[in-house]
Design a protein around this ligand. Structure first.
Ligand code: NDP
Length: 482
């Protein structure tokens, strides 16, 4: 029996969208000296709001404000007091959760189901979690006198705008640092509402400064002499540039970069459960996830049956209006990203992989890609090697656990992997051989503020989440101790 869903759109006015947003510097909302940016709704391709952007001079102003706040207020404040501000921010996010979810969906294009049930609650959880750490830093095995680093420069991407802001801000503040943060050019709105929450929480002026702007402002910020710590999430290409430009400086660096995660499905796996995990691994957030399970390695003996089930399931995903509560796959974040995905899909077809595309009807306007699965993807194909950052899965087969591990590790990245098997010893044995910062067993894309997240190789270094995430903002070398 085929089920049809009536549309159930969330009300866009809940986002309380303004026509123009300002930067947040030294506790005030001010105009930057850069040109206004235009934020676009990826589901329609139409403008959403103007956003004042920073110039290089604004970077100087923001870093100076963060330095004053660090020296005069924040570094001297007892941890328990700092923690109170973080609790207030967490509660502020929870109180404005619905507004933030709708705004994030409008600005990013991801389904309301995801912003409502994942992005916004997880952002609040990060502040709650690190609020609890603020008064325990001295007693947690970070050395005899762990201290804050000073001013942290943070640059974040567009795939989880609010959540990435929370991942960066909460541990930095809990550890006693002040921050200047640059959101991605295409998704600056939710962090500017977070700025209102921060202001309402009474955070002292200059402790958090938010500078919308393009990549050149990100570069000016991380290269600024007045910053002590750089934390970047984004592409490996930009991460490499940052590492070069910081070499030889005193700045402590963490990089969360790209990935090409493998989901490994053994013949004894619970197949329906594994299908759900593979679908979640690659179609969650339209596949625009650094730890996406963008490669499927399936054991040869079940490959045909598993792929049939997978295609049947993927064909049932509803693609369309991100504000519709029934939507599974929303819009791609930008026209540029859509072009990149389209180009890599064409490369997959040209290089000889078998292409399956969901029959889902795509909206006539906006940036949409139907779920796509490439079979017989060989290791040399671009779709197997490059981060596509879209709803596109590359599938190949294996016969033995050793072959699965070798194929999964055949990538310069090392961020995530999934293992699907009913046998615990096999899961543990395979996980031990995988060069990935996170390995999920019979699940995928599970995130928790208490758990460390980060990569190897071209996926970057340093950890976010858990006590290790705090260590990245402290003058201790014991990053891996907890
Ligand atoms: P970028 O790495 O260019 O962007 C990430 C952030 O860095 C943005 O805030 C960006 O600003 C900023 N930035 C850009 N150039 C510099 C620079 N030289 N110095 C400092 N900051 C800079 O990713 P894109 O948004 O261009 O996406 C390109 C590809 O990167 C995607 O197709 C995807 O494959 C990958 N990507 C991976 C992510 C991950 O988490 N692994 C996240 C995002 C992208 P601005 O927004 O203005 O460009």
């Amino acid at each position: 029996m085929e089920l049809h869903y009536a549309s159930a759109p969330e009300n866009a006015s809940i986002a309380r969208l303004a026509s123009r947003y300002q930067m947040f510097v030294d506790g005030k909302f001010i105009d930057g000296q850069g040109p206004d940016l235009e934020s676009t709704n990826p589901a329609t391709g139409k403008p959403l709001a103007a956003v004042s952007s920073a110039s290089a001079a604004d970077v100087d102003t923001a870093v100076a404000a963060a330095r004053r706040a660090y020296e005069n207020v924040w570094s001297a404040m007892p941890g328990a007091e700092r923690g109170k501000y973080l609790f207030r921010i967490a509660r502020g996010i929870a109180e404005r959760a619905r507004e933030l979810a709708v705004l994030e969906t409008l600005d990013n294009g991801k389904p309301i189901r995801e912003t409502r049930d994942f992005d916004v609650p997880t952002a609040a959880q990060h502040f709650f979690y690190y609020a609890g750490w603020a008064d325990k830093v001295q007693h947690a095995g970070f050395g005899s006198r762990p201290g804050a680093l000073g001013v942290a420069a943070q640059v974040i991407p567009w795939n989880f705008p609010l959540l990435m802001a929370a991942w960066k801000l909460a541990p930095a503040l809990a550890a006693g640092n002040t921050v200047v943060i640059k959101p991605a050019e295409t998704t600056p709105l939710s962090i500017l509402v977070l700025a209102e929450i921060i202001a309402d929480a009474g955070l002292p002026a200059g402790v958090v400064n938010i500078l919308p702007g393009a990549g050149d402002i990100g570069a000016a910020l991380i290269e600024h002499d007045g910053v002590d710590k750089v934390a970047f999430t984004g592409s490996t290409a930009v991460g490499k540039k940052i590492q070069h430009s910081l070499a030889g400086t005193h700045k402590k660096l963490t990089l969360e970069l790209g990935g090409k995660g493998a989901n490994i499905v053994f013949a004894d796996a619970a197949q329906d459960q594994a299908v759900e995990g593979v679908v979640n691994g690659i179609f969650f957030n339209q596949g625009q996830v650094c730890c996406a399970g963008s490669r499927l390695l399936v054991q040869e003996s079940i490959a045909e049956e598993f792929l049939d089930r997978l295609k049947t399931r993927a064909a049932a995903l509803r693609v369309g209006d991100p504000l519709d509560k029934n939507t599974d796959v929303g819009a791609i974040n930008s026209a540029a990203q859509l072009t990149k995905i389209t180009e890599l899909c064409a490369a997959g077809s040209n290089e000889g992989a078998g292409r399956w595309t969901s029959p889902a009807m795509l909206p006539e306007q906006g940036f949409f890609v139907a779920p796509t699965i490439f079979t017989d993807a060989t290791a040399s194909m671009r779709i197997s090697r490059e981060e596509i950052f879209g709803p596109v899965l590359a599938v190949s087969t294996f016969r033995t656990p050793d072959e699965a591990v070798a194929k999964a590790n055949n990538t310069p990245y090392g961020l995530s992997a999934g293992v699907w098997t009913e046998k615990g010893s096999r899961a543990m044995g395979v996980a031990a051989g995988l060069k990935a910062g996170v390995v999920w067993d019979n699940t995928f894309n599970k995130f928790d503020p208490t758990a460390a997240f980060g990569g190897y190789g071209e996926s970057g270094f340093g950890r976010e989440g858990g006590p290790s995430g705090l260590a990245a903002y402290l003058n201790t070398d014991d990053e891996g101790v907890l």
